[in-house]
Design a protein around this ligand. Sequence first.
Ligand SMILES: C[S@@+](CC[C@H](N)C(=O)[O-])C[C@H]1O[C@@H](n2cnc3c(N)ncnc32)[C@H](O)[C@@H]1O
Length: 306
Amino acid sequence: MTAPYLSLAPLVAWRGLPRPLDWPALFGRSAPLELEIGCGNGEVLVRRALARPGLNLVGLDEDWLSARRSLRRINLAGAANVRLLQAEAGLALERLFAPESLGRAACFFPRPWPRPREAGRRLLNRRFLRLLGSRLAPGGSLRVLTDAVAYAQWVLEQAAGSGFTARARRVPPGLDSKYERKWQGQGQQEFYELTLEKTEHLTWPNPEEPRLHYPRLESFDPARLAPFEDWGPISVLCKDVLYDPAQGRALLRMVVLEEGLEQSFYLEVLPEADGHLLRPAPGCGLLPSLGVQRALKVAAARLQGE
Ligand SMILES: C[S@@+](CC[C@H](N)C(=O)[O-])C[C@H]1O[C@@H](n2cnc3c(N)ncnc32)[C@H](O)[C@@H]1O
């Protein structure tokens, strides 16, 4: 059965808001701001919100099903001091939080990606820790719990040079989260707690979001519509194309990879009185970036046979 709908209100519609976000305005008050990264079903988040009503708590998870479960929990508990972000953690920290705006952060049972060939997927790498450190106020800290000793060791290594001083200790179960219960159910009775204290501020400004320039196409020949790949420091991939001969309009499905950001979106070719305009399709929710600007330039050149 479909889960009953309560309210979307705790969910922050961040794509339509000025960035970095104005957290006091979103909570309707100023209070110490805390972040739980990968909050899963939201049970730890909601328990903390109820226990500490003086905090403004943000839960972050990239997965919609997790966000949906958290939303339901927040609403059922009537926790007014929680907001939820459905976003990738690196993107959220870089763009949605101003430097030195967070008091504390936590990350419970991040996926350890144990195989060496999967190491690139581990979340708490040096780059991420550096970014997170820049968003913490002086004296801020990150608390991590993990079931995997090798991952704990790896995070300690990653903390070197990230602006944190890190320590680890063995702890008994005590968080009572879904993943802690999962490992306990498989017989694990000891976990690893990492405390990373910010000891140095390494600057990392919020990225500027450029005002996009939409190219005008002097000539547009639909025969040139075809997927393409342009690899480089900013990679622009056109995965698919659609063309409507009746309206003379085309749609390009794009993927752009740039430092710390991967975006999928659509560009459209729009007939105008004096030629064609290439622009992001309305409503496709992209973040203006150098990569998007490059995608417009590269696609325009391809479409004009340059
Ligand atoms: C293993 S689960 C742990 C959930 C919860 N903390 C617990 O202890 O039960 C990891 C969670 O992190 C989220 N996650 C993983 N990588 C993420 C990322 N890069 N950005 C945001 N969320 C992420 C996943 O969607 C998932 O909900």
